[in-house]
Design a protein around this ligand. Structure first.
Ligand SMILES: [Zn+2]
Length: 248
């Protein structure tokens, strides 16, 4: 694995370890779409995913996910055989099975206390997972496993935990700031900064034109300083200097 990929996984997984308490063996909650893609792309999940995550894993599914695959017909038999080898966790739909995406979402929706990493190729489910905090998403990009970077929802939650202030509290503080006129002051401060104008040194690359005659004295001073500096930089070789001295 390339170092860049290695660093990316470490960073993304580290976020969940530090913020949400994920630990090895990582609990991979997979559906049929993931197994189907792995089989099609000849990925050995049992060997390749632990290498990618650099840690031990547990492959988990639910009865709903298995039943959905069974109902989809013999074309998916290969993926079904793989899925049936995974550990089946109770999902609460016993006797009343729902579709796999609904089932997996219900498993992580309430805080993801089991620290599941959801493995799915189902785009709709992926989008829903991104809105739930503290749920890593793993999918296969052709032949490469990808642990997606933490979603905005997860990052926000992490920031709340660090600061100890929740999102509604942050909004309340912002409103109070507005009431007290603190936000207005900040805006004035920004405007003042903008009025400072460009750094005169940054004008040196501009082409000389008629409009330059109208430039302020300040700018001219700056230019003359630059020219002086330029003049200083000219160094004549020794033999040329000697020739100049010899001149009448
Ligand atoms: Zn279920």
């Amino acid at each position: 694995m390339k170092i860049k990929r290695y660093k990316k996984v470490n960073k993304n997984l580290g976020f969940y370890i530090n913020t949400f308490g994920f630990r090895q063996p990582y609990q991979l909650l997979a559906d049929g779409t993931f197994c189907f893609a792995a089989l099609n792309n000849k990925i050995n999940v049992v060997n390749d995913i632990p290498k990618y995550l650099q840690g031990e894993i547990k492959l988990i599914t639910t009865q709903c996910a298995i039943m959905e695959m069974e109902n989809l017909g013999p074309k998916l038999n290969g993926a079904l055989i793989i899925l049936k080898k995974y550990i089946v966790h109770k999902c609460g739909h016993e006797g009343k099975p729902v579709n796999a995406s609904k089932c997996l979402l219900s498993m992580v929706k309430k805080g993801n206390s089991n620290h599941y990493i959801v493995c799915t190729q189902d785009r709709e489910l992926q989008d829903k997972i991104r809105t739930v905090t503290g749920v890593p998403l793993l999918y296969l990009h052709i032949k490469t496993p990808v642990l997606e970077k933490p979603s905005e929802a997860s990052i926000k939650k992490a920031e709340e935990r660090i600061s100890g202030i929740s999102e509604p509290e942050i909004q309340r503080i912002e409103k109070l700031k507005e009431k007290c006129g603190l936000i207005k002051d900040e805006k004035v401060h920004i405007r003042k900064r903008k009025r400072k104008g460009p750094n005169p040194l940054s004008c040196k690359k501009k082409k000389k034109g008629n409009t330059e005659q109208n430039n302020s004295i300040h700018k001219k001073d700056a230019k003359s300083e630059i020219e002086k500096k330029k003049r200083k930089r000219i160094r004549l070789p020794k033999h040329v200097k000697e020739e100049i001295i010899k001149l009448p």
